[in-house]
Design a protein around this ligand. Structure first.
Ligand SMILES: *Cc1c(COP(=O)(O)O)cnc(C)c1O
Length: 377
């Protein structure tokens, strides 16, 4: 058996062909051009996303949200400590406080009660992270709650492209929603991302921030003659060149997900008969799911040994996140009080197994067999 990588970047013929086609046309590389327009059209058709900004990363999309909101020093942003670094840093850089929320052991995301416990007078934003591309089961109620309390809801949907809550795609619930097309996600342009703005109040300002803090967007619409500096923004956009690689994947995303789903279900099939005693899964998916990640939670704090064993057997599994409240910078921006019992308890038990487009059944079976041997089953 050769090395089994945790992830392998997508190299689909359709993407390669479309990049060639684009380059042969000798059109401007910066854009926006045909590919960016096409992506937006597809996203509207497939998911009813209306105000889409294609960015160079999900991190950029998160930064655009944070820059939109004029957060003050005492304002608090609630997010799980069990999250990716830039979910936090994008907001922390504006000078606000981070309120780390605990997670539920069955979903590895905060429960509604855990979120409510973090809310106080200073809460301005709640970031809901769709871990593994799954939705929490209270997303509609959370949206109502935020509206009632005048709190902004941001979806970190980096892993959630193509997943749903009930009949609506993830990304349609937040005032802002941020997606990633990083190489480790289901569809990718190497680095890339997008912001969906659902709160109409922020459409124009997002255009300004997105395009270097200028109002060029109004010039392009013929509303002003020259553009100028109107906000603090940055160079957040995805180039047309990059979009030419991404566009065919957006069009055909279901084909890519189907392949992932087969491997995902193969894991489940293999583990079904014996797993419960040694580890458990978070796979209670009820709605359309994008099969982004295969995560197992060990019963004991033996992750280092487990990962070493897999590596010796040429299987590259990974830990998910180091919790933010334990990181050097993450401590600096947090509020004084937090209760992270489950995060602390679970953190050294969470393992992500290889799952990617090029993984074969033979490899999945081999991984499961080795894990079975590890647990002497
Ligand atoms: C991958 C990821 C990000 C960052 O995405 P980039 O496109 O690399 O900036 C942010 N949040 C979560 C939850 C992620 O999984």
């Amino acid at each position: 058996m050769k090395e089994i990588n945790f992830n392998e970047p997508l190299h689909l013929n359709n993407s390669v062909r479309n990049v060639h086609k684009f380059l042969n046309q000798k059109k401007p590389l910066h854009g926006p051009g045909e590919n960016i327009l096409r992506i937006k059209k597809e996203l509207n058709k497939k998911f009813n996303f209306k105000n889409v900004y294609l960015t160079n990363s999900c991190t950029s999309a998160l930064e655009i949200c944070a820059l939109n909101l004029n957060l003050k020093k005492k304002d608090e942003v609630i997010l799980p400590s069990f999250s990716f670094i830039t979910t936090a840093s994008s907001f922390a850089r504006t000078g606000c406080k981070l309120k780390y929320c605990d997670i539920d052991k069955n979903t590895l995301m905060p429960s509604f009660d855990q979120i409510k416990k973090c809310v106080n007078r200073n809460t301005k934003v709640i970031i809901i992270l769709h871990y593994q591309g799954f939705s929490v089961d209270y997303l509609d109620n959370l949206k109502k709650f935020c509206k009632r309390k005048k709190i902004y809801l941001v979806e970190d949907a980096a892993q959630a492209f193509g997943s749903f809550f009930k009949k609506k795609p993830l990304g349609s619930f937040g005032d802002f929603s941020c997606f990633s097309f990083h190489e480790t996600k289901n569809i990718s342009s190497g680095a890339g991302g997008m912001l969906v703005v659902n709160n109409k109040k922020f459409i124009q300002k997002s255009h300004f921030i997105f395009d270097k803090g200028t109002n060029r967007y109004l010039m392009n619409k013929g509303k002003i003659k020259y553009y100028s500096w109107v906000e603090i923004g940055s160079a957040f956009l995805m180039s047309e060149f990059v979009a030419s690689y991404l566009m065919p994947q957006i069009k055909d995303y279901k084909k890519i997900f189907l392949k992932r789903s087969k491997n995902y279900l193969r894991y489940i099939h293999n583990f079904k008969s014996w797993l419960a005693d040694d580890f458990y899964l978070v796979n209670n998916y009820k709605y359309r799911y994008n099969f982004h990640a295969f995560v197992i939670i060990l019963k004991n704090n033996e992750r280092s040994r487990f990962l070493r064993y897999l590596k010796k057997n040429k299987i590259h599994a990974v830990i998910s996140y180091t919790p933010l409240h334990k990181s050097k910078a993450g401590k600096k921006y947090k509020t004084k009080k937090d209760n992270l019992y489950f995060t602390n308890n679970l953190i050294n038990k969470i393992v992500r197994l290889p799952l990617h487009y090029y993984l074969t059944f033979k490899e999945v079976d081999y991984i499961c067999l080795k894990i079975r041997k590890y647990f002497k089953r």
